[in-house]
Write a protein that binds this ligand. Structure first.
Ligand SMILES: Cc1cc2nc3c(=O)[nH]c(=O)nc-3n(C[C@H](O)[C@H](O)[C@H](O)COP(=O)(O)OP(=O)(O)OC[C@H]3O[C@@H](n4cnc5c(N)ncnc54)[C@H](O)[C@@H]3O)c2cc1C
Length: 413
């Protein structure tokens, strides 16, 4: 079967935040939108993102906000984010009847912290606007006549739209629908694709079995991490992370994931340091650990002097040898800057988001593929990355909108 191919029909493949946003812009412009998704329901990753408290954007000023995408990401995304910036995004959410609030860290959340009410209201509005949603339609590429091919429960179907938007997501959490299978489909058409890599991901460290068994799942609270970037600048950030059976994860690690991943790719390993007691000066720590210990064991001594125990002490023992543990100078230095060596990223499927994707050089300023006129791309499948904090969703919404505006321009010329 082939779907009706009137001259104004648009196909959007991928019903995540980017595809849904594009559907809204295109349907508001009077175009007939067919929205396809491989999964039985839309927005599955968006819903998952809402489970731990949906952080939809950030309230910081636009300049530092744009810098979060890195120099290359900023250059690629700035125009679309300026056209739909965090303020506009919040107003758009309010327009769906969902209130937002700014958390203590400046992150913006829907009042109910969840994605489900927002998605429900949004889908209802899209339906009322005439958007046709086709679930269980897995895009397979193009046939020889250039028609879109979809696998459906009723067999293969094709569609011949006037223009197509690919909003297929990255490659993490494949069970939610975005499996990155589009990479080979686009590469086969000669489109420049940077292989997907884990971003905002955990890392393997090669802990001893003893340490892993004892401390997997233990949070490292209120620590400060520092990492040296490729230019030699030291980047520092306070936060929390969690010891895992194979290494370390959590927001503090995600924030430096790009530098660590690139360090591993370059040198086979990368190191960051943890200040285990950021509220104590190096002098104070040195003084305390140099005090006479008497008959006390090292652990009760550190506990009584510095309130240092549990996983923090476990980490020190895991990384320092016995001599260093008993040398106040080395011990004090390690408490303030404990080197954590990581040797691999956790697999892409476990990551919060993907780096890599369709290269910006493969598209024009309207997100249309140079090699495939009439085919546009948006969202996480593009080659940018950002830390957690609402930057991911903001860029997906903004590029979805910008690509849709590009499609309108394309159709009208
Ligand atoms: C655990 C978790 C928590 C997160 N929390 C946050 C957060 O708090 N804040 C934030 O900003 N970001 C967060 N993110 C990231 C954010 O959810 C994603 O960046 C965003 O959903 C990407 O949007 P997208 O529209 O580009 O792609 P997706 O949301 O991945 O949607 C792509 C769609 O394309 C469909 N698709 C893929 N391939 C095919 C095919 N061949 N045929 C048909 N359909 C296909 C998929 O089924 C999917 O529905 C989180 C992610 C995860 C995993």
């Amino acid at each position: 079967m082939t779907y009706d191919s009137t001259s104004s029909r648009i196909a959007i493949i991928g019903a995540g935040p980017a595809g849904l946003m594009a559907a809204e812009v295109l349907s508001e412009a009077g175009l007939t939108v067919d929205l396809y998704d491989a999964m039985p329901s839309p927005g599955r990753k968006f819903l998952l993102a809402g489970i731990g408290g949906m952080n939809i954007t950030h309230s910081e000023a636009l300049e530092p906000f744009l810098d979060r995408y890195g120099a290359d990401g900023r250059a690629a995304l700035e125009a679309s984010i300026r056209r739909f910036d965090p303020v506009a995004l919040r107003e758009w959410i309010h327009g769906l009847g969902i209130e937002t609030f700014v958390g203590s860290s400046g992150k913006v959340f829907p009042r109910e912290m969840k994605a489900a009410p927002l998605l429900r209201a949004w889908l209802a509005r899209l339906k009322a606007g005439g958007v046709s949603l086709h679930v269980r339609h897995r895009w397979l590429g193009w046939d020889e006549a250039g028609r879109l091919r979809f696998a459906t429960p009723d067999g293969e179907v094709t569609a011949e739209p006037r223009a197509t938007l690919l909003a297929l997501g990255g490659g993490s959490w494949a069970k939610l629908g975005s499996d990155g299978a589009w990479q080979s489909l686009l590469a086969a058409r000669g489109i420049g694709v940077e292989a997907l890599k884990p971003a905002n991901c955990g890392f393997d460290t090669g802990w001893s079995t003893f340490f892993a068994e004892k401390f997997a799942g233990a949070p490292l609270k209120t620590v400060v991490a520092s990492v040296r970037d490729a230019e030699g600048n030291v980047l520092t950030r306070a936060g929390e992370c969690v010891v895992t059976a194979t290494g370390i994860e959590g927001n503090l690690v995600y924030a430096f994931a790009r530098h660590l991943r690139e360090g591993i790719a370059r040198d086979g390993k990368a190191t960051f340091t943890l200040d285990l007691l950021p509220n104590h000066s190096p002098e104070r720590v040195r003084q305390e650990v140099s005090a006479p210990r008497g008959a006390k064991s090292l652990s009760s001594f550190l506990q009584s002097k510095l309130n240092l125990g549990g996983v923090k002490l476990g980490l020190l023992r895991e990384i320092l040898d016995k001599d260093a543990m008993n040398d106040p100078v080395q011990l004090a230095a390690a408490i303030k800057a404990l080197p954590i060596a990581v040797n691999a990223t956790r697999p892409l499927d476990e990551a919060i988001s993907s780096a890599g994707g369709v290269r910006f050089a493969a598209m024009n300023a309207d997100y249309m593929l140079n090699a495939l006129p009439g085919v546009f791309c948006a969202g996480e499948m593009l080659d940018w990355e950002a830390p957690t904090g609402g930057y991911l969703l903001t860029a997906c919404f903004a590029t979805g909108r910008a690509a849709a505006q590009g499609m309108i321009k394309y159709i009208n010329t």
